[in-house]
Design a protein around this ligand. Structure first.
Ligand SMILES: *Cc1c(COP(=O)(O)O)cnc(C)c1O
Length: 396
C-alpha cells in the first residue's frame, strides 16, 4: 500500500484488492459456513465487487442501481439480495424484473407491496435490536419488534410469499458483545414463536457492523475492538439458534466496513498549516488537507483516520497540535474541534504529500459531486504490491 501511495504524484484513493480478498477469506475462517453478502454501499467499486464475487461473495444491495452495478461487475443474480426495507412499488417491480428473489422487509405495508410486485419472492424480516455501543447506531429507521416480525412473516405466507429468514443489524463499527447477545436473544424468541405457528425459516442474516482496528477515536486514541470476543459470541449465538425448533438455518453476514476499511488509503496533500486565534483568544493550529469530509473522509467528524507525512518525521522533527480539516467552506469538514488535536510536523508546507490510512470504507460512496468544486478523487486498484486498474474517477 505505501509503495502505491508513494508512487502517485497526484491525489487519489488506492484500494488493495488482494487485501480485500484476504479479509474475506479470514472472515470465512472466523465464521465457517456463512454466506457473505458484501454491503456494497461501503465501497461501490467495480473491481472490488468483481474480486469479491470471484472469491464467492454476493452483495447486499439497497437500490436498483446498486443491483445493476453488481450484475455488471459479475456478481451472480442469485447472490444479490435486496437488503433495504425502504422501497417503492416501482423499486420492487424493477428489482423483480432484474431477477432478484430475496427481499428484506419490516412492515405489513412493505410485505403487501412485495406480494403484489414480486409475487412468490422470498422475504426476510428485519428485527430492531439494541445498537448501543456502535459508532453509528442506525437505530429507529429500520427493523420491527419481535411480535411484529411473527405477524409479518405469517402475513407473507398468507400472501403467497416465502417466509425465508430474519435479519438484524447491530449498528456500524459495533464494539460491544452485548449488542450481538441482544440480537441473538431476539432472534431466538422469534424463531421459537414461528416454530409454534408451523413456519420454518431457512436463513438468518446477521447483517454488518463488524468493527475494524486502524481508526482513532475523536480524541485521537486507537479504537481497538475486541474482535476475537465478538466472533466467539457470534459463533455461540449461531450454534444456539440452530437448536431451536424445526428450522434448517444457514447464516448470512453482510459486512461492509470489515472487508474494505483497512484496504483503502488516500494520497492527498497539505493545503496549509496555519495558526489562527481561536474564540478563547489562544493561538490554534489548523492543518488543512486537500481532501476531507466531501471527498473521501466522510466519517472524519466521528473518528480520526491515521495520517502519515512521508516527507517529515526524521529525528528532531518538532510537532504542534492541530485541528485537521478538509478544504471546503463547511465547518463539519474537520476532525472534532475540542479534543481532536493531532500532533503534526511544524514544518509542513503547502504541497507536501500526506497519506490518510484506513479510509477504504464509505469513502467513494459518500463523495459529493464536487462540493465547493472539490471533486471526487480518482481511484486506483492494486493487487498486493503491484499497481493495476485504470484510475477512474471515484463513483463513476
Ligand atoms: C450498511 C449496512 C451494512 C454494512 O454495515 P457495516 O457496518 O459497514 O458492516 C450491512 N447491512 C445493512 C442492511 C446495511 O444497511
Amino acid at each position: 500500500m505505501s509503495a502505491a501511495l508513494a508512487a502517485t504524484a497526484d491525489d487519489r484513493i488506492v484500494f488493495d484488492l488482494t487485501g480485500i480478498e484476504e479479509r474475506y477469506e479470514s472472515l470465512l475462517r472466523e465464521l465457517p459456513g456463512v454466506a457473505v453478502r458484501f454491503a456494497m454501499k461501503a465501497c461501490p467499486v467495480d473491481e472490488v465487487l468483481a474480486r469479491l464475487a470471484g472469491a464467492g461473495a454476493g452483495v447486499d444491495a439497497a437500490s436498483v442501481p446498486e443491483m445493476e452495478q453488481a450484475l455488471r461487475a459479475g456478481v451472480p443474480i442469485g447472490r444479490v439480495h435486496y437488503g433495504n426495507t425502504v422501497k417503492s412499488d416501482r423499486n420492487i417491480a424493477d428489482a423483480h424484473r432484474l431477477g432478484i428473489r430475496d427481499f428484506a422487509t419490516d412492515s405489513l405495508e412493505d410485505v403487501a407491496a412485495i406480494a403484489e410486485h414480486a409475487p412468490g419472492a422470498r422475504v426476510f424480516c428485519r428485527l430492531s435490536t439494541d445498537t448501543r455501543g456502535a459508532l453509528w447506531e442506525l437505530s429507529g429507521k429500520y427493523g420491527c419488534s419481535t411480535a411484529d416480525a411473527v405477524t409479518i412473516l405469517e402475513t407473507a405466507r398468507k400472501l403467497g410469499l416465502v417466509p425465508s429468514g430474519l435479519s438484524v443489524h447491530v449498528g456500524s463499527q459495533q464494539m460491544t458483545p452485548e449488542a450481538w447477545r441482544d440480537a441473538f436473544e431476539r432472534l431466538a424468541d422469534v424463531l421459537a414463536a414461528l416454530d409454534r405457528r408451523g413456519i420454518a425459516l431457512d436463513h438468518i442474516n446477521l447483517g454488518g457492523g463488524l468493527p475494524v482496528p486502524g481508526y482513532l477515536d475523536k480524541h485521537g486514541r486507537p479504537l481497538d475492538p475486541p474482535i476475537d470476543k465478538l466472533f466467539a459470541v457470534i459463533r455461540e449465538g449461531m450454534a444456539h439458534l440452530r437448536t431451536i425448533g424445526g428450522h434448517h438455518l444457514g447464516f448470512v453476514v453482510e459486512p461492509g466496513r470489515y472487508l474494505v476499511a483497512g484496504q483503502g488509503a488516500i494520497r492527498a496533500h497539505v493545503s496549509r498549516l496555519s495558526a489562527r486565534q481561536g474564540p478563547d483568544g489562544r493561538r490554534q493550529y489548523w492543518l488543512y488537507l486537500s481532501c476531507g469530509k466531501f471527498n473521501g473522509l466522510y466519517e472524519m467528524d466521528e473518528l480520526q483516520y491515521p495520517l502519515v507525512f512521508p516527507t517529515h518525521g526524521g529525528p528532531g522533527t518538532r510537532h504542534v497540535p492541530a485541528v485537521v480539516a478538509g478544504p471546503t467552506c463547511d465547518s463539519d469538514d474537520a476532525y472534532s474541534h475540542e479534543d481532536g488535536l493531532v500532533q503534526v510536523p511544524e514544518a509542513l508546507a503547502s504541497g507536501d504529500p500526506v497519506w490518510v490510512l484506513s479510509c477504504g470504507a464509505y469513502a467513494i460512496s459518500y463523495t459529493t459531486q464536487g462540493f465547493n468544486g472539490f471533486g471526487p478523487l480518482p481511484y486506483t486498484c492494486i493487487d498486493g504490491g503491484a499497481t493495476g486498474g485504470s484510475g477512474k474517477t471515484g463513483g463513476g
